[in-house]
Ligand binder design. Structure first.
Ligand code: CTP
Ligand code: MG
Length: 246
């Protein structure tokens, strides 16, 4: 069985909605509820742990949408206080996990589906030697490697916006990692046993598992699974969710 850990403790600065991003209204409901629904709709999900901003972790908080009622029917959705970094939020939630498998997911990816989650779980179960299976999309832009940003050239407006191209990278082997990422819980816990700076510098959990020597598979995602970062992303997500047939 699987526990879903949902990272929802970010402040959403780039979205600039005036409140935590995971609770911003999106197609008629708080953003996090779309992810909660997707996990709650999975046979394999036994529990959901949500890392929320510390001010919302108190069950009596009036600003808290009732996430407990969106989770699986037996009421096993729990809230934990998130930390200063995403990695800390995930670690806090992982402390509550009791199942052999765990899915880490960002509330900022509200387009996730039950089908994708179940596929990742089935992939991991079918590959006993693998530590994790993650959602990923092929990179579609032509990718350039450039000199470090700090050595950028000033443009006419006085901004350091010009960067020297060093090479064009072969994009046919490049993938953009997303969430959900499904792990053997023991492998993820072991991979997180690194110093805080290394843990916080990791931009996803799979990276830490890779560093620890674990085998990671990626599953190609064909449906949109965008990450809501800016107000423009929110508009696109709103359009895609409102067009979904239920
Ligand atoms: N997150 C978290 N705890 C943190 C920081 C981020 O749980 N201390 C979560 C966010 O809630 C989000 C996911 O990690 O679901 C990805 O982070 P990001 O998209 O950067 O969200 P924010 O940090 O909220 O946005 P911003 O960086 O613009 O402030
Ligand atoms: Mg952030």
């Amino acid at each position: 069985m699987l526990t879903a850990v949902i990272a929802a403790a970010g402040s959403g600065e780039r979205l600039g909605a005036g409140g935590p991003k995971a609770f911003v209204p999106l197609a008629g409901r708080p953003m996090i509820e779309w992810s909660l629904d997707a996990f709650a709709g999975c046979e394999s999900v036994a529990a959901i742990v949500v890392a929320v901003p510390p001010s919302l972790a108190d069950a009596s908080s009036p600003r808290l949408p009732d996430v407990r009622q969106v989770g699986p029917g037996d009421g096993v959705t729990t809230l934990v206080a998130g930390g200063a970094t995403r990695a800390q939020s995930v670690s806090n939630a992982l402390a509550e996990v009791e199942t052999e498998l765990v899915a880490i997911h960002d509330a900022a990816r509200p387009l996730v589906t039950s089908e994708l989650i179940e596929a990742l779980v089935a992939d991991l179960e079918a590959n006993p030697d693998v530590a994790a299976v993650i959602a990923a999309a092929p990179v579609t832009d032509t990718v350039k490697r450039a000199a470090p940003k700090s050595s950028g050239i000033f443009d006419r407006a006085g901004r350091q916006n010009l960067h020297l191209v060093e090479e064009t990278v072969d994009r046919s082997v490049l993938w953009a990692a997303q969430t959900p990422q499904v792990f053997r819980t023991a492998a993820l816990r072991a991979a997180l046993e690194v110093d805080e700076a290394t843990r916080d510098a990791a931009t996803d959990e799979a990276m830490l598992v890779e560093t620890a020597g674990g085998t990671v598979l990626l599953r190609e995602v064909t449906e949109p699974n965008l990450k809501v970062t800016t107000p423009e992303d929110l508009k696109v997500a709103e359009l895609l969710l409102s067009e979904r047939a239920y």
